[in-house]
Design a binder for this molecule. Sequence first.
Ligand SMILES: [Fe+2]
Length: 293
Amino acid sequence: MPYPFDMTIKPHVSPFFDEATNTISYVVSEPDGDHCAIIDSVLDIDYAAGRLTYDSADALIAEVERRSLKLDWIIETHVHADHLSAAPYIQEKLGGKIGVGEKITVVQDTFGKIFNAGTEFQRDGSQFDALFKEGDTYQIGNMQAFVIATPGHTPACMVHVIGDACFVGDTLFMPDGGSARADFPGGDAGTLYDSIQKVLALPDDMRLFMCHDYGPNGRDIKWETTVAEEKAHNIHVGHGKTRDEFIKFRTERDATLDMPRLIIPSLQVNMRAGEVPRDQDGNEMLKVPLNKL
Ligand SMILES: [Fe+2]
C-alpha cells in the first residue's frame, strides 16, 4: 500500500538535545496553525542517587506554552533503552495522547519476564493511549502524519512521517554514524536492514530527524539530514550495501558494545509508557535483575 505522502506540508521542527543521553527530542508543529506533537521526550535521572528531575521535559513544555501551541500527541518512536520517557509528566501538564507501535506488547512480554513484573503489569499496551500499526495515519491539527513499522532495533520501532519531515527513531543515525544496534532482546540485524530500506525508499528530499547523535570523530552534534544524503553516504547502509554485508557487520559490531548506561531504569519505566513502577507499599521503586541482560 503506498504511503500518503504530502511533501508540500513543511512542519516547523524544534529540536532539543539532551547531553546526558545524546537524545534529540522534538516539538513538531503545523506550519500555519497551532497544533503540535512532541516526539521522544526525556525524563532526567541521576541513577546513582535514584533521583528523577524534569529540566528536559520542562524545556519542551515551555516551548509549547511560549508559542501557545496545542499538544495533540506525545509520540514514542520505540521503547528506549538509553533514556527514560517523560510522556506522563508532559501529558499531565499539556494533555495529548501517548502513542507507540502495536508491537509494544512483544516488548512488554519480553521485559515483563526479565524484570519479573508480576501480574499487575498488563502486557497488552493498555498503558498507552494509541497503538500504531504499519500505515496508520493520525492528525496533528490539519496535518496528517503516518507511521512506518521499522522493527529490527526493537520489535515496536516506528518511523513517523509528518509532511516532508520524517522522525527515524533508532533505525538510522547521521550518515557518519551509521545505524542503531540490533542485539537487544527482540532485535534482529536482517530485520533492521529491511526496515532501513523502507526509510531509504522515501522521497530523496524528505528531511530526516535523528533520535540520537554522538558526534563521531569529534564533529559537532547534528540531527538533520535527507534520504538522498543517507543513501549516498551512510557508512553502514549507503553505497548500496547488501543485506548480507550489513548483517555480518552489524552482528560483529554489536558483540563489542556495552549495554547502555541507563538500560535498567529505562526499560522498566518506558515499557509502562513512562510511569515509574511501584512496590507493594506504593513506593516508586526500580529493580536490578542480575545476569539477565
Ligand atoms: Fe533505542
